[in-house]
Design a binder for this molecule. Structure first.
Ligand code: NAD
Length: 486
């Protein structure tokens, strides 16, 4: 956590420290902005025309714009059960792409302006380290040398494309290509039932594709607790054509104008299926190649992550690393926070990266969000926990929305009754998790949440109700066992 700021060292007050930030995603631009606000002389380098990185150009933001649009279609369809029937939607793909692009342009242009207001020098080009204090940046028309006192590597990650699935065909997409929304394929195979597969699978299914998801592990979203995944899986089984678990896509080949996939599982022995298009979403890999890191003392793991300590320092004293390249989880908000810590640490401030919980949100419908300890982590690590779960079927608000498929769950430390983790599945879970993160960081006990008045009728009440249920004092649900509030 960031601790109280101390003034920068005197030398810095006379001569601003020169900081070069390589990569202008949510880690890099946030670090650059913070450093400029603290008086550093900052150069921000990225090959895109404006700051924003994967998140804004081809990740979080465009995917959320599309998910919002398709959610509107689903809501309109659901309204027929409430006596309001809309005609089938007319989907103008150019219009939808145009709207998504306007969202991206507005945000990236805004970041560019915020950088200029802070007097940050923005270099559009690819940077490579030539020594521990120099970067060479190849811009459109020249090779520029940038010397720095400190640098931050924030070059993010790239979609993983395993050899077996690598096919030089426009019909095989990674997440970047899928977000282009070139067309709505009749049939779409999604390899990987993780964040990207399920978010983009939902978009394409609502737009009209027959979606098949193939996931090699025993369940969708392997990192999430099963009871949180359950409401989502139930809904997706209705929306998607097929969800194949314990199944691997062993090979892809072009065939008859589409893609033929070879599927392997204990039941399916190299069965072949044909699809119009394929989206490969099997994870991301850190973008640490071709950065010239070999000209510095920076250490890179066999998986390509830059090794950092709790202040985001690499083994090279002048170089820090943040975001996806510095390790899991590969989440924009983790990168942003790390950027702040790195800048403060290089200024000698007592700042370390030590969060109690980093929220994870899967923006499907229903959404799934969690932070802190999960039930499965506790079981794996042999940590004794108690669980209290409030089913959304008992919430007035969810019923008014026609969406009572969800659950809010608290992971509790026995004895102290401190909340160690919170998981939520349901509409708006991604917003609700904000309260959970504050609760965790504040060391909240179940009783604190139980005794905090939540507005009625809201989804946030489910957090209070889950806490009340721990003592069997939820007005709307009766637990089997009860405990005394301490
Ligand atoms: P992921 O790790 O979430 O999921 C990949 C899935 O693919 C896993 O479930 C894995 O078991 C499966 N898989 C791997 N190889 C396979 C094969 N050959 N056949 C079938 N299944 C296979 O990765 P992702 O969905 O590509 O997303 C990458 C990262 O991007 C995420 O880990 C996350 O950090 C980030 N992301 C976050 C959000 C968000 O915050 N909402 C959204 C999108 C992406």
């Amino acid at each position: 956590m960031t601790t109280e700021a101390t003034p920068p060292p005197p030398s810095q007050a006379q001569q601003p420290l020169r900081l070069a930030v390589l990569g202008a995603g949510p880690g890099g631009y946030a670090a650059a902005f913070h450093a400029a606000d603290l008086g550093m002389n900052v150069t921000l380098i990225d090959d895109a025309p404006q700051p924003g990185g994967v998140c804004l150009y081809r990740g979080c933001i465009p995917s959320k714009a599309l998910l919002h649009a398709t959610h509107t279609i689903e809501e309109a369809r659901a309204a027929s059960a409430w006596g309001i029937t809309f005609a089938d939607p007319q989907i103008d793909l150019d219009g939808l792409r145009g709207w998504k692009q306007r969202v991206v342009d507005r945000l990236t242009r805004g970041l560019g302006a915020l950088g200029r207001q802070r007097k940050i020098r923005y270099l559009q080009g690819r940077g490579q380290f030539t020594d521990p204090h120099t970067l060479h940046v190849r811009t459109a028309d020249e090779l520029t040398s940038v010397t720095f006192d400190y640098a931050i590597v924030a070059t993010g990650s790239l979609p993983a494309m395993p050899q077996a699935l690598r096919l030089d065909s426009p019909l095989v997409m990674d997440s970047t290509a899928a977000l282009e929304l070139e067309d709505v394929p009749e049939t779409l195979l999604i390899v990987g039932g993780g964040y990207i597969g399920l978010e983009l699978g939902s978009v394409y299914a609502t737009l009209g594709s027959r979606v098949t998801v193939v996931e090699m592990t025993t369940g969708l979203l392997p990192g999430a607790d099963r009871d949180l995944v359950e409401p989502l899986e139930k809904r997706l089984r209705g929306q998607f054509h097929e969800i194949l678990l314990n199944t691997r896509v062993a090979a892809l080949e072009e065939h008859a104008g589409g893609i033929r996939a070879t599927l392997a599982s204990t039941e399916l022995d190299n069965v072949q299926r044909d699809f119009s298009k394929v989206l490969v979403a099997v994870g991301r890999v850190p973008n640490s190649r071709n950065l010239g890191l070999e000209h510095t003392g920076v250490q890179v793991t066999s998986r390509g992550f830059v090794t950092v300590d709790h202040m985001l320092r690499t083994a090279e004293p002048s170089i820090y690393a943040i975001g996806d390249i510095a390790g899991e989880p590969m989440l924009a908000h983790k990168a942003t926070h790390e950027g702040r810590v790195a800048v403060e640490a290089m200024l000698g401030q007592p700042s370390i990266f030590d969060p109690t919980g980093i929220p994870a949100v899967v923006f499907t419908d229903p959404e799934i969000a969690w932070c802190g300890l999960t039930e499965s982590q506790a079981r794996e690590r042999g940590i004794e926990i108690e669980i209290t779960k409030f089913p959304w079927a008992a919430s007035g608000r969810t019923i008014t929305m026609g969406r009572n498929d969800g659950v809010t769950k608290l992971i509790v430390e026995p004895g102290t009754q401190r909340i160690l983790g919170i998981g939520i599945a349901g509409t708006g879970a991604g917003e609700l998790i904000g309260e959970a993160v504050v609760a965790l960081e504040m060391g909240t006990r179940v009783q604190d949440l139980h005794l905090t008045i939540h507005a009625h009728p809201t989804l946030s009440e489910t957090l209070m109700e889950a806490a009340s249920l721990y003592y069997n004092q939820s007005p709307h649900y009766i637990a089997r066992t009860s405990r005394a509030a301490e």
